[in-house]
Design a protein around this ligand. Structure first.
Ligand code: PEP
Ligand code: MN
Length: 371
């Protein structure tokens, strides 16, 4: 598969990094036009984004304005001279967007998670020459992401970029979605000339973390950023915590350190750097996992205190060791290595539980149902 670089997507030159910005959802004509007016004035934005049909996890949430909002986006194009992009999840959406002259389509994480939907969209896109952004699926399944890219490519669409928006966790993590940077890096190794854009708004879920994730993406030489911007984020009808207000967007643009001066999609990091970045990402996830484990150890300490159970349960520990070594062996890890790692983790867990017990004892604090 050969993908043209973002630089050649449109007739005019585009900035590096390729910035896509706009509200999560179109809510009113005024909200769309004031955001477009501001974004235009920054001179930094290549593409104006806005959700028109919103896929909501739970029923009852704001599900988008629909076709009426496409007319507001036409004003964004004509009044502010900005290209626009909209999420499509069905052939009907594609048809409406094409009818209203939307410049770029995007496939959302939920849609990419479903090969039936992607197949239908690829049918609807046959013979249509429009750029398409393809977000990663909700789960960290790189084959599913790659499969969606292949399906859309097969329809004849060549101007494709992947959008990394993180992966849904069950556990509560610092970010709304786990970045798992090793996955977009691996995707880039599999498809060398595919442009990849990062969506720090959906990764972070929090406006105050958007800058650090954006910088990380640029340091990994991703080609661009998709940022949610809203005139009054606290009043937004969707994703209110993560949208930037105008001042925050301005300061983000001023803060970012751009290490690659050209939008050269082939100018990736060398193989060693890419592998190091994958290791870094996995190490941080290891630490987060260890932290979640220690958190549970703390709860066990309280429980054991309440029930007057000794901290160290020898049989349980031997069982842990045996099953972890067995599991490690299946993954080609040395038994002695797993034993060392588990012993360290277990020692720390015992230390935490004992500290909790001591604390209860010395403060005379008695654990009760109310606490
Ligand atoms: C969005 O961009 O507003 C959106 C719904 O994104 P995602 O598909 O990444 O959740
Ligand atoms: Mn959103």
């Amino acid at each position: 598969m050969e993908f043209p670089s973002l630089k050649s997507w449109f007739k005019e030159d585009v900035n590096y990094p390729f910035i896509i910005a706009g509200p999560c959802s179109a809510e009113s004509e005024d909200q769309i036009l004031s955001t477009a007016s501001y974004l235009r004035s920054t001179g930094k934005v290549n593409l104006f984004r806005s959700g028109v049909w919103k896929p909501r996890t739970r029923p009852g949430a704001f599900s988008g304005i629909g076709v009426k909002a496409l007319k507001w986006l036409q004003k964004v194009q004509s009044v502010y001279n900005l290209r626009v992009t909209v999420e499509v999840a069905s052939p009907k959406h594609v048809e409406a967007c094409l009818k209203h002259g939307v410049d770029v389509l995007w496939l959302g994480a939920r849609t990419v998670s479903n090969p039936f939907s992607v197949e239908e969209l690829s049918e609807a896109l046959k013979g249509v020459d429009i750029p398409v952004l393809i977000k990663n699926p909700l789960s960290p399944d790189i084959d599913l992401w790659q499969g969606a890219i292949e399906r859309i490519y097969k329809a004849g669409v060549k101007r494709i970029a992947a959008v990394h928006r993180g992966f849904s966790p069950f556990e509560r993590t610092l970010y709304r979605n786990m970045p798992k940077w090793e996955i977009p890096i691996e995707l880039r190794q599999r498809i060398r000339n595919l442009p990849i854009i990062c969506d720090p708004s959906h990764i972070s879920g929090r406006a105050d973390l958007v800058t650090e994730i954006s910088q990380k993406a640029l340091d990994l030489t991703m080609s661009g950023l998709m940022i949610e911007v809203h005139p009054h984020p606290s009043e937004a009808l969707s994703d209110s915590a993560q949208q930037l207000n105008f001042d925050q967007f301005t300061s983000l643009m001023e803060t970012l350190i751009i290490r690659k001066p050209t939008i050269d999609d082939k100018g990736f990091l060398n193989q060693l750097e890419e592998l190091r970045n994958q290791i870094d990402s996995i190490d941080f996830q290891l630490i987060e996992l260890v932290a979640s484990r220690m958190n549970i150890s703390g709860k066990m300490g309280e429980y054991k205190f309440k029930n007057n159970v000794a901290v160290l349960q020898m049989e349980r520990w031997l069982e842990i060791l045996r099953t972890r070594i067995e599991h490690g062996t299946l993954l080609n890890l040395e038994p002695a290595f797993i034993e060392r790692v588990m012993t360290l983790i277990h020692q720390e867990s015992i230390r935490i539980q004992s500290a909790i017990l001591d604390n209860f004892k010395t403060t005379g604090d008695h654990w009760s149902e109310e606490q």
